[in-house]
Ligand binder design. Structure first.
Ligand code: GLA
Length: 732
């Protein structure tokens, strides 16, 4: 049983594969955190709470309760009772007070994992895959019931958490902070790893030593953001890629968040994650329930690599849904970098004709096909075909593309409205805005108030009209700006501060409707590149456009960082033209293919204009992608190089689950004169098995030797060159 309750000690143990998480109902009814780490045989470790230590001993010496409150490792700390560390929960009650006090009331353990109302979340494929405990905490004076929901996965070192809050009284209560998780670690000797960046350089890992006080990353942009991803690893100071303790946290949410660590007076670490409480105030009427999104917690006793592989397995099997969950994705060609806004149906057909001959399977028509959109300054919201560009109509274009044996995909940006649009003329009040203030433009557009169902219905009806008019098999859902002047014309004054969250719920609602009504359509999320690469989005779309930077060398960094918690099968990655449009760099066509092959793979170039040599290389490149895609999608990913530490080279591997084959990829970023070959130790192989490289079937080496001694990688001349090796287990 993954979850047990020791009645004598009033303590919980959640065993998740080789890890466990322990809690106890401490004196006073407070829920305390006892232990999170490698599994131990014991079901109770109450002594870890130090309840017998001065200056306060519950039930013996009651003269300083505040001291108890400020030292007890709380499972879900509240504001106002003397715990001066960062809190997870606060309210404003009918008297305007912010103090709250949650005490254990009851609990319920059951098989499986519940859904979260209106929110994305990981799921169990069967009841035996996971077990859940719901712990009911009550604040009697405030008439609030807070349920802490924990699920332990049986075969993965994963525990998920979320929280619901119910008003069981007859007065209104405002929730001013409802974080989803708090974890107390009994040391300050940790590093915090976060994924940070900007447009075109998303998710670069940054590692900092924890120190006294609070350290955090967050988003207040209305999206999970380019700048900080809702992921954090708290790891032992000496942890590295392959060894040491790591705690990974990832928020299954696509809006404002906070991820915070605090080192406190007794050199302990409290870590918290949840919806950002800045500008958050949620009115809870009697009987209403608020649900906080899920936090995924992964434990690894063997470094960052193992943590990542656990996240990858969880997300591939227990988060991503739909027909494409376990399928190779169609090889697409997207016209964005090929034409930008300057295209017609004829131009698209030329691209499709050439692409189909080379083995490309789908044409994606990007931004610019609707309203009267010739640049980014108009027409968002006008989801009808721009006849000047698509003169023969959408159906005729799609039919012609289909007749070439190719699928057809289309771009939408449903959450946006251009000031120059029919929609804005009809509904200027639909843009998110503060009455009496000017609206701030960003990429020449405003954001629609997606908290409004009438608005969502309208947008969806327009999208449906397009989707039903032709055989569309793929959607790229984009989101190209952040939120400003956040207020709604549809919400009452006392609910205005709910808009940030209601906006995200509205986006989820529309994505759920879309994916339910069109199960055959492959949805790819995007947000100015990778500003919404988060697990919330993965619940609706099995792949997300990683970044607008398609340069193969920059992608090494972006894909390295993204792989910290997101599976490669979800990374939208394309071969684009050179010099690269973002950085002006030229890289070999082969290297671009090898790097894009890590992700979903496709092309983002005008195939009618590239050199004959590159065009000729496409069929073989596609064959190579096809050969390895199952391994890449389903295998274990091992990072070998770290381009942030050594920018001369990078390498990584994919090893099949049964360890019968492995793909090794190497990129020589810069060539150096007079160097010997580089010795690289492989990872993830079966040490007792023997392997040969496909090109040299007569030479076998043990997995042990390949991992312990390594292979020599050399013979590459020039910058940005790449090489792949395919290791196959030899028959005994
Ligand atoms: C965003 C996307 C790009 C492209 C453009 C279109 O920047 O990330 O891939 O779709 O929008 O405007």
């Amino acid at each position: 049983m993954p979850i047990t309750f020791n009645e004598n000690q009033m303590s919980f143990k959640l065993a998740a594969n080789n890890s466990c998480y322990m809690m106890k109902v401490a004196p006073g009814g407070y829920l305390a955190h006892v232990y999170f780490g490698k599994n131990v045989p014991d079901d109770d470790l109450t002594y870890l709470l130090r309840l017998d230590e001065n200056p306060f001993t519950p039930e013996v010496n009651n003269r300083d309760l505040a001291c108890y409150m400020d030292t007890l490792p709380f499972e879900y700390p509240c504001f106002g009772l003397g715990d001066y560390r960062e809190h997870a929960f606060s309210i404003m009650d009918k008297n305007g007070a912010s103090t709250c006090d949650l005490r254990y009331t009851s609990h319920r353990i059951y098989d499986g994992k519940p859904k979260l109302e209106g929110l994305p979340a990981t799921f169990a494929n069967s009841d035996s895959e996971a077990q859940t405990v719901e712990i009911l905490m009550t604040d009697k004076p405030a008439n609030l019931e807070v349920t802490l929901i924990y699920t332990a996965f049986a075969d993965l070192d994963v525990i998920t958490r979320s929280v619901t809050v119910k008003n069981i009284g007859s007065d209104k209560v405002y929730l001013t902070r409802v974080y989803s998780a708090c974890v107390e670690l009994d040391s300050e000797k940790y590093d915090m790893i976060t994924l940070n960046g900007s447009w075109a350089r998303e998710r670069a890992p940054e590692r900092c030593r924890l120190h006294h006080g609070k350290q955090l990353i967050d988003s207040m942009r209305g999206e999970s953001s380019h700048q900080n991803n809702p992921f954090t690893a708290i790891c032992a100071n000496n942890a590295d890629e392959d060894s040491g303790e790591v705690y990974g946290f990832n928020f299954v949410y696509s809006g404002n968040f906070v991820s915070e660590a605090e080192v406190t007076q007794h050199k302990k670490t409290r870590y918290l994650m949840g919806i950002n409480s800045c500008d958050f105030k949620w009115l809870l009427e009697p009987n209403e329930v608020f649900t906080a999104p899920e936090v995924v917690m992964v434990y690894s006793d063997s470094g960052l690599g193992k943590m990542s592989r656990t996240f990858h397995d969880l997300y591939r099997n227990n988060l991503i849904r739909g027909e494409y969950k376990d399928k190779r994705r169609p090889i697409l060609i997207n016209n964005w970098e090929a034409t930008y806004f300057n295209f017609t149906d004829e131009k698209l057909l030329q691209i499709a004709q050439e692409a189909s001959k080379l083995g490309i399977e789908m044409l994606v028509m990007d931004d610019g096909w609707f309203g009267h959109r010739d640049s980014d300054n108009s027409s968002l919201g006008d989801w009808f075909v721009y006849e000047k560009k698509i003169a023969g109509g959408l159906k005729a274009l799609v039919d012609k593309v289909n007749s070439l044996g190719m699928k057809f995909g289309i771009w939408f940006e449903p959450e946006m409205i251009s000031p120059d649009s029919e929609l804005y003329k009809q509904h200027p009040d639909w843009a998110i805005q503060v009455k009496g203030r000017d609206l701030t433009l960003c990429r020449e557009q405003y954001v629609l108030d997606f908290s409004r169902k009438d608005l969502r219905d309208h947008i969806y009806a327009k999208m449906r009209a397009i989707l039903d008019s032709a055989n569309i098999e793929y959607i790229k859902w984009d989101m190209n700006r952040q939120l400003t002047e956040v207020a709604s014309n549809a919400l009452p004054v006392e609910r205005q501060r709910e808009l940030w969250h209601r906006y995200v719920l509205g986006v989820y609602d529309l994505m759920e409707r879309l994916t339910t009504d069109y199960p055959h359509i492959l949805l790819e999320n995007c947000s100015g590149g990778g500003a919404r690469f988060d697990p919330g989005m993965l619940y609706y779309s099995p792949q997300i456009w990683c970044s607008d930077d398609t340069d193969a060398i920059e992608r090494l960094k972006i894909q390295y960082g993204t792989s910290m918690c997101y599976p490669c099968s979800a990374m939208g990655a394309h071969v684009s033209d050179c010099p690269n449009h973002t950085v002006g760099r030229s890289t070999p066509f082969t290297t671009r293919g090898h790097v894009a092959m890590v992700g979903t793979f496709g092309y983002e170039l005008d195939v009618t204009k590239i050199s004959q040599q590159d065009r000729d290389a496409i069929p073989a490149q596609i064959a190579e992608f096809n050969k390895y895609n199952a391994l890449v999608r389903t295998g274990d990913h091992y990072r070998i190089g770290n381009i942030f530490e050594d920018n001369l080279w990078d390498a990584w591997m994919f090893v099949s689950k049964d360890k019968s084959e492995a793909l090794f990829e190497f990129v020589q970023v810069l060539c150096r004169p007079n160097e010997r070959s580089r010795r690289i130790k492989l990872k993830g192989l079966d040490p007792d098995a023997y392997y040969y490289e496909e090109q040299t079937p007569d030479v076998t080496l043990s997995g042990q030797a390949l991992m312990q001694c390594g292979v020599n990688i050399g013979g590459l001349w020039g910058d940005h060159q790449s090489k792949i090796l395919h290791f196959i287990k030899a028959e005994n």
